[in-house]
Ligand binder design. Structure first.
Ligand code: AOS
Ligand code: ZN
Ligand code: ZN
Length: 388
């Protein structure tokens, strides 16, 4: 099987947004290891992200996190990014690191604290207008640790009211995506635990509110591609946070833990029109690199997404439907597996070269001297998050 020209045209348009925080140092609660060359500023994070894009042409946008990436002049930051040949993407809000949010933010029982959280989102929307960003991504750490600790129904009602105010503030071309997560940092219940809750909340808001699916935010064994298919069918899949996990919200390199799952997800994306020109789906990475170098970590991830997209595009959909309609269980399964087992790496390498890109972006990065340069130039790089 080879990748045909229609598939290549789709692949050529593929864009995967990088999270600014992936370039900072991160770790577990046991230790955050420093990595030489870690960015000290958002400008340095943009420069690292631009390197990923330069070598792959897959990552034209960088997502910001407020307040981690706060600056005085967002128009200047937008220009700075443009000079590096990238643009500023999704703005991620943060209502999880201030003491006042200990018992919740948009769901809090205290109206003054809810208002503070709403105001933070207003600030994010104002920033989006300056950066030219379309999407506001809301991930809430809100939840409880013990049965009875909170009124889970009341919290849901307050969340709806808070989201309504935030939604009303969006400009015509702006959107809100609500990310769900079934546990952590709260361990008994979270206020947006699953796609159904996110779907219910965003549906009550309107067309500019959609669901964000983080691939690491489901219970083990969850059929994520089914959720992808359902949300695409409902027109409510707004964005992906791609990463991979072995156990919990591991935030590992995309496709590292389970390439087959990534293939299955991307097949449903293809099947559901998620790569079409008018698709509402934004593709983003949400990763933390604890022990590996960050820039090649991001390169590996976007290449893995590209590779599994190419394999998903290889599925003979007509033959698959025929087999499905004929009740040919093993035939249908074989058609899907044939595409999954096709090694597209050399085809993709040749295609990259034909477009003036390195055949092997990982090797090109290693040979570029960029890592050595930033290690020498940057001293005292930041932890992902709190350093900005
Ligand atoms: C948290 O678990 C979510 O995945 C968020 O999307 C994201 O990682 C966070 O906003 C970055 O701190
Ligand atoms: Zn996420
Ligand atoms: Zn997460």
């Amino acid at each position: 099987m080879t990748i045909d020209s229609t598939a290549l045209a789709t692949l050529e348009k593929q864009a995967i947004e990088l999270p600014s925080w992936a370039f900072g140092n991160s770790g577990t609660r046991f230790k955050v290891f420093g990595t030489p060359g870690t960015p000290r500023t958002i400008q340095e994070k943009l420069s690292d992200a631009a390197k990923v894009h330069e070598l792959t042409r897959l990552a034209p946008k960088v997502a910001l996190h407020i307040p981690w990436d706060k600056v005085d002049d967002y128009a200047a930051l937008r220009d700075y990014a443009a000079n590096l040949d990238v643009t500023l993407g999704t703005v991620n809000s943060n209502t999880f690191q201030d003491d006042i949010y200990k018992f919740g933010s948009l769901t809090h029982t205290d109206a003054a604290i809810r208002q503070k959280a709403i105001d933070h989102h207003f600030e994010c929307i104002d920033i989006m207008s300056e950066t030219g960003s379309r999407d506001l991504k809301i991930w809430l750490a809100d939840g409880t640790n013990y049965p009875g600790q909170g009124d889970i129904r009341g919290r849901q009602d307050r969340l709806a009211e808070s989201l309504e105010q935030i939604y009303a503030r969006l400009g015509d071309d702006q959107r809100l995506v609500l990310e769900y997560k079934f546990f952590e940092p709260a361990f008994y219940h979270t206020d947006v635990p699953d796609w159904g809750t996110s779907y219910a909340q965003v549906s009550a808001l309107g067309d500019k509110a959609l669901v964000c699916l983080d691939t690491g935010h489901h219970a083990p064994g969850t059929n994520i591609e089914f959720i992808v298919a359902q949300l695409l069918r409902l027109g409510k899949l707004g964005s992906f946070d791609f990463n991979s996990r072995f156990y919990a919200d591991d935030d590992l390199i995309v496709g590292a833990a389970d390439p087959f799952q990534l293939f299955r997800i991307l097949y449903e994306v293809v099947r559901g029109g998620g790569l079409d020109d008018d698709s509402p789906v934004a593709f983003m990475l949400d990763q933390c690199h604890n022990v590996e170098d960050k820039i090649p970590g991001q390169i590996r991830s976007v290449l893995n997404v590209q590779e599994m997209t190419a394999r998903a595009l290889l599925v003979d959909r007509d033959a698959l439907s025929a087999a499905q309609n004929a009740g040919d269980v093993l035939g249908a399964n074989a058609i899907l597996m044939d595409a999954f087992y096709t090694d597209v790496r050399s085809d993709l390498a040749a295609w990259r070269e034909s477009r003036g890109l390195p055949a092997d972006p990982m090797a090109a990065y290693a040979a570029s001297g960029y890592q050595e340069q930033i290690a020498a130039d940057r001293v005292g790089g930041q932890q992902a998050g709190w350093g900005a």
